[in-house]
Design a protein around this ligand. Structure first.
Ligand SMILES: [Zn+2]
Ligand SMILES: [Zn+2]
Length: 257
């Protein structure tokens, strides 16, 4: 009921001001031909991931980081195999993600799905990409939070990505069984404790994961605690390889010892 009302309200708002006429980041009026529905300034301001990225988690490497693996991945070994990201999380990236998650702008999910597909297609051919993964799984939202928001933004992004990439997407295999606290202010160790036991593979679906190569989809990657927890659950169910792609990842913060 709440979802139906929200959709109705969003639909009415779209008739008055169609969302594709406004930049998804700053809200400025744009013409319909703009790439990713971003105005020129926002397109130039988003810190797109280029070629110097962490070979483990895919985040942009800091200019002062001489290695090929980011500081965070050097400090915390991961359970997932590897990751990709489209941009570095900053003010512009946050504005886009907050509109999608907290502003009722579910239409932004398809733009992000397209950005993710382009990121992968910049690195691999379409033929290579379709063979890399058996299935795409969005990070699940707890059912109470999904009810309040009206949708799981990661599931909408995953649907859009999988349509372009030609890889099956399944929102029914993973389940979030624990409501977790907001992770923003927690340290990496606190995040790991907070997220432990939060995910489950639905029992009747577990057999489908044996030997599979999986791509997890999320909006933001910070310390990797969420992706690692999911990777561990998927591995227990027999998954062979677990990778992820996020829209934006936290900066490579290099700390001296
Ligand atoms: Zn803009
Ligand atoms: Zn990394």
């Amino acid at each position: 009921m709440i979802k139906a009302l929200k959709e109705l309200a969003a639909g009415a708002a779209d008739l008055i001001c169609p969302p594709d006429l406004y930049c998804i980041c700053c809200g400025k009026i744009i013409d319909g031909s703009r790439t990713y529905r971003l105005c020129n300034e926002c397109m130039d301001s988003v810190k797109w991931a280029g070629e110097r990225v962490c070979s483990k988690c895919g985040k942009r490497l800091s200019d002062i980081d001489p290695g090929t693996v980011c500081f965070s991945c050097r400090e915390h070994p991961h359970i997932f195999d590897r990751g990709y990201t489209c941009a570095e999380y900053g003010t512009h990236e946050r504005a886009i993600v907050f509109s999608l998650k907290y502003g009722g702008r579910s239409d932004i999910a398809s733009v992000i799905g397209g950005i993710m597909a382009d990121r992968m297609l910049a690195l691999y051919s379409a033929d290579e990409l379709v063979c890399m993964y058996d299935i795409v799984l969005p990070v699940p939202l707890h059912h109470r939070r999904k009810l309040a928001r009206g949708y799981n933004q990661a599931a909408l992004i995953a649907e859009s990505f999988s349509r372009i990439a030609g890889i099956e997407c399944d929102d029914g295999i993973l389940r979030r069984v624990k409501e977790t606290h907001m992770m923003r202010s927690l340290t990496p160790d606190q995040r790991r404790d907070n997220i432990r036991g939060a995910f489950e593979v639905r029992k009747h679906r577990a057999g489908e994961l044996r030997g599979k190569s999986i791509l997890i989809i999320d909006d933001i990657y910070t310390t990797g605690a969420t992706i690692d927890e999911i990777a561990s659950v998927l591995r227990t169910a027999g998954a062979d390889r677990v990778e992820f792609i996020s829209f934006a990842s936290g900066a490579d913060v290099v700390k001296s010892a």
